[in-house]
Ligand binder design. Structure first.
Ligand code: EPU
Length: 339
C-alpha cells in the first residue's frame, strides 16, 4: 500500500539541500506500486516530479504538486558469455554503489564514472559522463513506464538519442515516462580508458604499475574528491552549467583575445569550451556570498554552505550567465534542472 504524505520537507532528498516543501510526497519500490501511485485519486491531475538521487536539481520555491521517489532496487545479470555481460539495475539503485558492484565483479565500462552522485535511473536521462566515458558507451536498453497508458516500453540505445548531457527523456518525452530499470553491456575483458589527462596524471602519482579497473575507479574517486565538493558536506549539484559549443570562427576570434581559453575541438569542426575556465577567468571561483557561492576548486559548481535559499543560488547563476555573455559573447546553459 502506498502512502501519500502532505507538506513534506524534501530538502534531504536533494544534494543541494535548500529548504523546500512538497505539497504531496510518495514513493514506490516496484511496478505494482508505481501503477497504484499514478492512478491514486490524490495524484491524478497533480504536477509530478520523479525523484531519484536528487543530485541534478535546484528548487527555487516550494513544489506545488507531488514528488514521487523512485525506490526500485535490485541488480541482476541478464546474460553473459566469456567476453561480455548484460547487467540490469533497478532505477532506484545508487549510481556509485552500482559502479562499485561492477568494479568488484570485474565488469568493465563504468569505472570512469565512479563517484557521480545520483541514481541509476537518472543516469541515461542526461547521458552522464566524466573522464572520457558517457553512459551511451555502455548503455544497452532501459525500461520505462508510460504514465498516460501505464505500459512499459523498452528503449534501446538509438531510441534514447543520446547527446552531450541529453536524451529524449529531457526533451520530446519530458514528464511522459518513468525509467524503472537500466541495462548495461559491460566487458569482462577490460578496455582501459585513460586518455583523459587528469586520469593519466593521477595514476602516475598513485604509482600504479599494472592497470586495472579498480585502479582507474580509485583514480577517478581521487580526482573527483579533490576537485568537487562532497554533497554530504557541502550542498551542490555537480556542474551547474554545460560546456558550451561554439563555431570554429567564433573560437578563432576568442582565441586571439584569450590565448589560454580551455577548449576541445569536436569532430564536426565546432569547438567545445570549458565553461569552468570562462567562469574562473572572470574571477568567480571561490566567491562566497553569505551561505552560498562558487566552489573554490571548480568554477562550474555552485554550492550551498548551509542555509541558503534556492532562489539566491539561482540568482547567482543568472549573474554568472550575464557576466560570461558580456565578456565572451557566449550564452551558457544551465545543466541543473530548475523547479
Ligand atoms: N577549468 C578552469 N577553472 C575551473 C574549472 C575548470 O580553468 O574552475 C579548466 C580546467 O583547467 C580544464 C578545463 O577547464 O582545462 C576542463 O576542466 P575539467 O577537466 O575539470 O572538466 P569540466 O569541463 O570542468 C566536465 C564535466 C564534469 C566531469 C568532468 C570530467 C560538464 C558540464 N562537466 O567538467 O561533469 O566530471 O568534465 O570529465 O560537462 C557534472 O556533470 O556534474 C560533472 C561534474
Amino acid at each position: 500500500m502506498i502512502q501519500i504524505q502532505h507538506n513534506k520537507s524534501i530538502k534531504n532528498y536533494t544534494t543541494f539541500g535548500v529548504p523546500v516543501i512538497a505539497k504531496k510526497f510518495t514513493q514506490f519500490s516496484d511496478l505494482q506500486e508505481l501503477n497504484e501511485v499514478v492512478s491514486h485519486p490524490e495524484v491524478v491531475g497533480e504536477k509530478m516530479l520523479i525523484l531519484g538521487g536528487g543530485s541534478n536539481l535546484l528548487f527555487t520555491q516550494d513544489f506545488a504538486g507531488i514528488v514521487i521517489l523512485n525506490q526500485i532496487k535490485g541488480i541482476e545479470i541478464i546474460s553473459e558469455d566469456m567476453d561480455q555481460v548484460l547487467i540490469k539495475s533497478g532505477a532506484g539503485e545508487n549510481w556509485h554503489e552500482f559502479v562499485l558492484y561492477c568494479v568488484d565483479n570485474g565488469y568493465s565500462g563504468v569505472e570512469n564514472l565512479s563517484l557521480i552522485p545520483g541514481s541509476v535511473g537518472a543516469s541515461p536521462m542526461q547521458n552522464i559522463g566524466a573522464y572520457g566515458v558517457e553512459i551511451k558507451d555502455v548503455f544497452h536498453s532501459l525500461e520505462a513506464f508510460h504514465i498516460e497508458s501505464g505500459e512499459v516500453k523498452i528503449f534501446n540505445n538509438e531510441e534514447c538519442k543520446f547527446g552531450y548531457r541529453e536524451s529524449v527523456f529531457k526533451n520530446i518525452y519530458k514528464n511522459q515516462y518513468i525509467i524503472t530499470s537500466v541495462t548495461f553491456q559491460l566487458s569482462k575483458k577490460p578496455i582501459f580508458k585513460t586518455s583523459y589527462g587528469a586520469i593519466k596524471a593521477e595514476l602516475e602519482s598513485m604509482g600504479v604499475k599494472e592497470l586495472s579497473i579498480k585502479k582507474i575507479s580509485e583514480a577517478v574517486i581521487n580526482i573527483r574528491s579533490s576537485k568537487l565538493p562532497n554533497p554530504k558536506e557541502i550542498g551542490n549539484a555537480g556542474s551547474f552549467f554545460k560546456n558550451p559549443v561554439i563555431s570554429k570562427q567564433q573560437f578563432d576570434e576568442l582565441k586571439l583575445k584569450f590565448p589560454e581559453i580551455a577548449n576541445y575541438p569536436l569532430p564536426n569542426g565546432d569547438v567545445k569550451i570549458a565553461a569552468g575556465w570562462l567562469i574562473d577567468s572572470l574571477g568567480w571561483k571561490g566567491k562566497r556570498i553569505g551561505d552560498y557561492g562558487v566552489h573554490k576548486n571548480q568554477a562550474l559548481v555552485l554550492v550551498n554552505y548551509g542555509e541558503s535559499k534556492g532562489s539566491d543560488i539561482y540568482d547567482l547563476s543568472t549573474n554568472i550567465l550575464d557576466s560570461v555573455k558580456q565578456n565572451f559573447g557566449i550564452e551558457l546553459e544551465r545543466e541543473v534542472n530548475i523547479f
